[in-house]
Design a binder for this molecule. Structure first.
Ligand code: GLN
Length: 280
């Protein structure tokens, strides 16, 4: 007899042979998806016997995972902040590291802001998280990919967030000339194309356009920094996610462009992952 607990254990054993460092979580999320249940159900009913159909449905998902496909793509979903986001292969899969950016923005402006621009919004993760925390703030999220804009808009509707608008734009290009924001945030592409990490794990299934940038990964960060002052209110802030070895280059670029109060913040793994500056 196959039970929830025995199926999870055998899946975990099989997944241990893969690059995944979250085998237990992977197995649980896939089983929840095939049983259409919450994770708490698995812990409440570990001895529950499963019928052949359920076991077969789970096996199909497990085989995809064993072939390297990201769990978020298999189940079409990823939790970010307190939101449930639809995910597909047109954007980056939201990461816990990016929640550090949201936390840092909330800490930088404890009383909130009236306007936010999120450049390269993808699933809409950062824009939607900030809009949900600052309900009176107007948030604009832009992405150059029409598929990403459609996905972000879908996530806005399913999470019932009204104070965000998503626009197709390559960085600032399609914004009105007089657009001005108190906070500009971005998690742009920042990986160098020769980085071996692009050949590993979930990244292999994500769009290159969301990951890779020229000039050792600095090209898009540079464009964003150079033009940000044209779209920032006085006292406004630019806050960027970047690679774990890019903090000092990003701080240098911010200082060279005339930003003040320049600093960085570590991610959960202790790498400098976020840098920011104030425009005054
Ligand atoms: N942090 C992601 C990674 O290293 C990349 C995100 C990005 O390029 N913006 O996998």
């Amino acid at each position: 007899m196959i039970t929830i607990a025995s199926l999870l254990k055998s899946a975990r054993d099989e997944l241990s042979a893969t690059q995944s460092d979250t085998v237990q979580l992977d197995a649980e999320l896939l089983l929840c998806h095939s049983l259409q249940c919450e994770r708490s159900y698995l812990f409440t009913w570990p001895e529950k016997p499963l019928d052949d159909k359920s076991v077969q449905a789970f096996r199909e998902l497990l085989v995809r995972r064993l072939n390297g496909e990201p769990v978020a793509h298999i189940i079409g979903r990823r939790d970010f902040w307190d939101l449930q986001l639809a995910v597909n292969n047109s954007t980056l899969i939201p990461r816990p590291d990016t929640e550090t950016l949201v936390e840092e923005a909330l800490a930088f402006f404890p009383k909130g802001v009236d306007s936010v621009l999120d450049l390269g919004t993808g699933t809409g993760a950062i824009a939607l998280a900030l809009a949900s925390e600052w309900p009176t703030c107007h948030v604009v999220g832009v992405d150059s990919s029409p598929a990403a804009v459609a996905l972000a808009e879908q996530n806005r509707r399913t999470n019932r967030i009204e104070n965000v608008e998503f626009i197709q734009s390559c960085w600032y290009e399609s914004l009105a000339d007089d657009s001005c924001f108190q906070l500009i945030v971005s998690n742009p592409p920042y990986i160098d194309e020769s980085d071996p990490h692009l050949q590993q794990g979930d990244v292999r299934f994500e769009p290159r356009s969301a990951l890779v940038a020229a000039d050792q990964g600095m090209a898009d960060l540079d464009v964003i920094i150079q033009q940000a002052p044209d779209y920032l209110k006085a006292g406004g802030c630019l806050m960027l996610e970047h690679g774990y070895q890019q903090a000092s280059d990003v701080r240098k670029a911010l200082l060279a462009r005339g930003f003040g109060a320049v600093g960085s913040q570590n991610d959960l793994a202790g790498n400098e992952r976020i840098s920011f500056g104030r425009w005054s």
